[in-house]
Design a protein around this ligand. Structure first.
Ligand SMILES: N[C@@H](CCC(=O)N[C@@H](CS)C(=O)NCC(=O)O)C(=O)O
Length: 222
């Protein structure tokens, strides 16, 4: 097995999804801090490996992969012994892919980044109501996905759970999911947070991002 090197920054949700996957697969790796707050991702060496200048980026035997969804799928397919985290079955893997694409397009980008980027980088302090309504839509969808299942892509833990939880715990900074309205979502959050590697791989970084966001003293449009 080649040496794995993850470039990232703990508060970043997609980086945390990769750290959860590496922990679940019990894979050793080196960690290189690339801090987007100081624009480390724009260094010439980094851009050569990832012209899209995003974290996370994984290096495996001098091959570079960026985008958390591509990375966690690769890791689970290549190193998952029983293929439980990313099923071999074509239909089951398509379900996992669908969840990952949803995180990539809707949950992380058009819901979470749409709120957090203006706060972090453009000095905005009032969050539009419509953006909070989009967070509620995410919770409603996940509640439905969990209707007959303990995990977001079915009856077993998959990489889709890692992708969703890292985005959702940060969405919770802006809207706490009511336990009566979203009982399954809340039970799932508890279930994933109880994984023995959760706190180290994701919980600590999520808490850091929460305090960074709260330090912006934002309010929600009334
Ligand atoms: N879809 C990408 C999103 C990655 C992303 O936007 N990462 C942010 C940090 S959370 C970043 O690197 N921002 C810096 C930049 O885009 O220059 C993924 O899942 O990896």
């Amino acid at each position: 097995m080649g040496k794995l090197i993850l470039s990232g920054f703990d508060p970043s949700p997609p980086v945390r999804a990769v750290k959860l996957t590496l922990a679940a697969l019990q894979l050793p790796y080196d960690y290189v801090v690339v801090n987007p707050l100081t624009k480390d991702q724009h260094s010439p060496e980094y851009l050569k490996k990832n012209p899209q200048h995003t974290i996370p980026m994984l290096e495996d035997d001098e091959q570079y992969i960026s985008d958390s969804h591509a990375i966690i799928t690769y890791l689970a397919r290549k190193y998952g012994k029983d293929k439980a985290l990313y099923p071999n079955d074509l239909y089951q893997s398509a379900i996992v892919d669908q969840r990952l694409h949803n995180d990539s397009s809707t949950m992380f980008t058009s819901t979470l980044l749409a709120i957090s980027k203006p706060l972090m980088f453009a000095g905005q302090t009032v969050i539009e109501k419509s953006k909070i309504a989009a967070v509620a839509d995410v919770y409603a969808l996940v509640e439905t996905l969990l209707d007959n299942n303990n995990y977001v892509a079915g009856t077993h833990l998959t990489i889709a759970d890692f992708s969703f939880i890292t985005t959702i715990v940060t969405l919770m900074v802006f809207l706490v999911p009511d336990s009566e309205k979203y009982p399954k979502l809340n039970a799932w959050l508890k279930r994933i947070k109880e994984l023995p590697y959760y706190e180290e791989a994701s919980g600590a970084g999520a808490a850091q991002l929460e305090s960074m966001l709260k330090s912006k003293n934002f309010t929600i449009e009334s």
